[in-house]
Design a protein around this ligand. Sequence first.
Ligand SMILES: [Zn+2]
Length: 416
Amino acid sequence: MSSDAEEASEDRRKYEFRKVIEELQEYEGSGTQLVTIYIPEDKQVSDVVAHVTQEHSEAANIKSKQTRTNVQDALTSIKDRLRYYDTFPPKNGIVIFSGAVDSGGGQTTMVTKTLDSPPQPVESFRYHCDSAFLTEPLENMLADKGLFGLVVLDRREANVGWLKGKRVEPVKSASSLVPGKQRKGGQSAQRFARLRLEAIDNFYQEVAEMANDLMVAKRHELDGVLVGGPSPTKDEFLDGGYLHHELQDKVVGKFDISYTDESGLYDLVDAAQEVLADQEVMKDKSQMEEFFEKLHRGNESTYGFGPTRKNLIMGSVDRLLLSEDLRSDVIVYDCPNGHEEFEVVDSRHKTPEHTCSECKEKAEMREREDVIEHLMNIAEQRGTETKFISTDFEKGEQLMDAFGGIAGILRYSTGV
Ligand SMILES: [Zn+2]
């Protein structure tokens, strides 16, 4: 697969996971009876089975008969699912959700969902039993996974590391031999000042080397570099051009922070939240700007379900833009005279009656499908890239509200 194709199917996987998470979040158990298990890829499945068996026998002590039965049923169902795996879980691990959820009117329904190979590795084994499913670790995996280089420094110490998605990873530190401001007796003031400046310069070079060693090799994957420290240290460091020029070009922000030990890396990320949020929607922003530019200039854009679908089938769509908030189904109708028509409805709504727009006959539903799946399937067949656009910025909101969450940037004008 080309890396474009990989990215496309990755987007699709993420969308599918997001949908499952939303569904799981809706569920509630009347007692502490919804079981979630996160299994890392290096955990032996037989160990997990043993753990689940143990929980099953401990559940015998649960006082409420109903909760006890529900928990034990959930655990049995999980054990059944685990039978399908070999010695170890697939890449990135497995997440299993199982339990009796409220289905209204005092009734419950057993729900069991297995997610294989989530988008990021499951980091540690977790057994969780509560009145809701534990979805947060999965949600974090779906958050946009940027890669940022981190540098914090003052004149005494420095730390460099990574921000990978939401995780800070300290990598290396250095401390300096820069003397304090007080000179010792007998030293000339001038000589002392010169030595001190030299020592500072040496230390900045050392810090830059540490950052360069770590980050230059990754410069093409890097979304940005953040630099933190007290003033004027970080400014001197940046203005002095110590960093490799390609890293220097990637500096997206400098921030005042007081600590420059490992904890400073975390402070830096906290201080940079706004910049990071901007960076996250940056790519989405440029897609939407291109769309609006083409829309205003003429006809190399399309929007709305019908026109976008037609263009997709013609193969004229370069990029399909779908709002991350789009949760609709498309219903395909057949009328007695052989006309095929579509209607897009909110996923939670019932299928409406449909009258054929051509012959005014009553049409029958042939199928109902998630509109995103429907469009992505056509896009994949036609070699069209799909981009999910967040609603965290104005033009992203417009895509959802004014264009029904569906638009396309065309390769050429089609007049559709
Ligand atoms: Zn008809």
